[in-house]
Design a protein around this ligand. Sequence first.
Ligand code: HEC
Ligand code: HEC
Length: 425
Amino acid sequence: MCSRRRALPFALSLTFVVGGLSGCGDGSGDQFTPSEGFLSLPEILRDGPPEGAASTTTESRNLTDPSRTVTGLGPHLNRRFGTLKDPRIWKDLPLDFHTLEQSESAVSDHAAATDNLSKAGVLFRKNCAQCHGSSGAGDGPSAKYFSPRPRDYRPGIFKFTSTGSAGRPSRSDLEATIRRGIPGTNMPSFDRLADSDIRLLVEYVRWLSMRGELELALVREVEFDFGDEIWKARIADGESEADLNQEAIDFLQHDLPFVAANAEQNLIERWSTDDVDSSAVSSEHDPPPDTPQSRRRGELLFLSQRGKCVSCHGKAGRGDGPLTASFHVDPRTGEEYPQRGLHDVWGDVIVPRDLTGGAFGGGDRPVDLYRRIAFGINGTPMPAYQPTLDEQEIWDLVHYVRSLSGTPIPVSPSEDNNSDKGEGT
Ligand code: HEC
Ligand code: HEC
């Protein structure tokens, strides 16, 4: 049995071959790692009906129109994204493989883009798959040794974004993460890579994430009617397997095309509005000055009931607040986690930053800290303070947090502002 991080909820026979989607093990293979939800769907929905399925199901309802090919979710995903070895993109997908350096052999724009996509895959497998897994499921061979774990890109949850709470990261967010690494975690800096390679990797992370999100969206659409447990319950209620199969074929034939088109449209929209939401930090290029008064206001807010920072970060900001020592309930199951401490949405313990260390995961410029406090850190208990606190209050906190690691008050505030300009986003 393939042991993912958490035992699968049901005993599954994994002997089937999911069209291009198998892949147990350590995520280092050349298949997309399927989500647990996908694996829990009946085979007929994953793979589509076997040849001649119509004749073996309810004779009285001649539902399978032989002129239309009925595909399962797996083959549909393959049609859209191809495989890791033979990857695909389609025109509307907000990916920019075209403007990257053109390969000599490419005869068309599309071929050039596909060529670049393949090149990006090679780079990813060489530099990133060890941790993130070759399909970006966060399941590379060394992933299990790290805390926090290497990101699983498939749910589209990224921590260090400039796009507001729950927004997808912008290209410059991803680029900054890849160049800087994530200090204090095992995510290394890749600043030594060529600019063109970093751009390819940014697009490839987006591509993997979009592929994963589409799979999750499709699974969500079908599991309500056809999830493994529902399927079993319906059989236990006296429905026949043949009727259920026929209903599934019906769904694949008549509904899947619309459901998929809708899910794809949502995906495209989510990943298209990916530019920095500068309206969220209106004073980004002209922040209020870092002064002793501002730091003091920040300190009071940090220690206050409104800020609640202390409950997690502790009075001195060392990351040891009372919530790090208590037990918490897993919102997904309603049960208490076995370990003490705050947990992230991936079910792992997450320690609040020690703010006295001066190393920050999402960058240490004032505007980076502003974004972390205003938008929170997706996937973790670090809350978003916008709009609870106003802009001035958040800047006060930024100045106070910087003071905790001994950052001196800038001699001339205007000089400090200048150095924050052109911050590359
Ligand atoms: C040695 C292990 C390791 C390698 C190699 C590695 N990463 Fe990571 N990566 C991590 C870890 C661990 C995290 C999660 C850190 C966290 O949650 O704070 C992460 C997180 C990320 C994130 C998520 C950032 C966010 O905002 O949530 C991206 C994007 C990323 N890595 C891209 C890459 C790319 C691209 C490569 C290859 C060029 C790469 N990583 C190589 C360990 C690694
Ligand atoms: C419910 C717990 C919780 C509260 C309340 C909380 N934080 Fe956090 N904070 C966290 C956690 C957890 C992290 C680490 C997340 C990560 O790195 O994945 C974090 C990280 C941070 C970071 C580091 C950002 C970076 O780039 O690494 C800063 C700065 C921060 N918090 C400031 C604050 C301030 C200021 C407040 C109060 C206004 C606050 N936090 C309230 C849990 C909390």
